[in-house]
Write a new protein. Structure first.
Length: 210
């Protein structure tokens, strides 16, 4: 996209609404549609959200010590609620700790009547991990519209990056068009992801069509 392209998602208002700390805990009573962002720890979620929102430290609250295992809600433009879910599958924590994310994350995704869509992040350099598969299978079973954002694409030379995106698409049984290549470093994919969100928000509620 060129610099003259119109921003598909101009961020005019961005308000932190609060956290959900445990399954069934506090959540905003907003009637707005919700878009949830999920991915394993270190996939680049905070960096992607900062870039998407064009705020340097937007995702800082979710990365504050002690708060990384909560779901954080933000009101965007009074148009939708962004739910920043905890990064899962952190390699250095035990299996029991690893399993902790499931009730909170899966409970939220299943019970949120306002959930409109999910953005699943995957690192372009790696095939999905077991935890990614658990999440992808869960989302597929739920039937919620899901956008795949492939992160850190600046880390690979162009042709290799395209190959990886094609490989991931095949691996996931998707069309390469359903995947958004993203770099928080160069800004590549920011407007594509923004447009994908705007399109998703314009779609009818998936629950009424299933
Ligand atoms: P999170 O744990 O998913 O929130 O991941 P972060 O956004 O904190 O990123 C984890 C690490 O990857 C940090 O060192 C970031 O600087 C780096 N990172 C994130 N996105 C990109 C990217 O698009 N390109 C490059 N080169 N590094 C990135």
């Amino acid at each position: 996209m060129t610099e003259t392209t119109k921003d598909p998602l101009v961020i005019r208002h961005l308000d932190y609404l609060g956290p959900m700390a445990k399954q069934g805990g506090w959540r905003p009573d907003s009637m707005l549609p919700e878009i949830a962002f999920v991915g394993r720890s270190n996939v680049g979620k905070s960096s992607l959200l900062n870039k998407l929102m064009k705020r340097k430290a937007f995702a800082r609250v979710s990365n504050t010590p002690g708060r990384t295992r909560e779901i954080h809600f933000f009101d965007v433009n009074r148009e939708f609620v962004l739910a920043d879910l905890p990064g899962y599958g952190y390699a250095r924590i035990s299996k029991e700790r690893k399993a902790e994310w499931r009730p909170l994350i899966e409970g939220y995704l299943k019970d949120s009547t306002k959930l409109w869509g999910v953005v699943q992040l995957l690192d372009v350099r790696h095939d999905p991990t077991d935890d990614d598969h658990t999440m992808l299978d869960f989302l597929a079973d739920l039937g919620v519209p899901t956008i795949i954002a492939v992160t850190k694409v600046d880390k690979l030379p162009r042709p290799q990056m395209r190959e990886r995106v094609e490989h991931l698409a095949k691996y996931l049984g998707l069309d390469p068009d359903q995947i958004v290549p993203f770099s928080a470093k160069t800004g590549e994919g920011r407007d594509d992801l923004a447009s994908a969100l705007v399109q998703l928000l314009a779609m009818p509620d998936w629950r009424s069509t299933t």
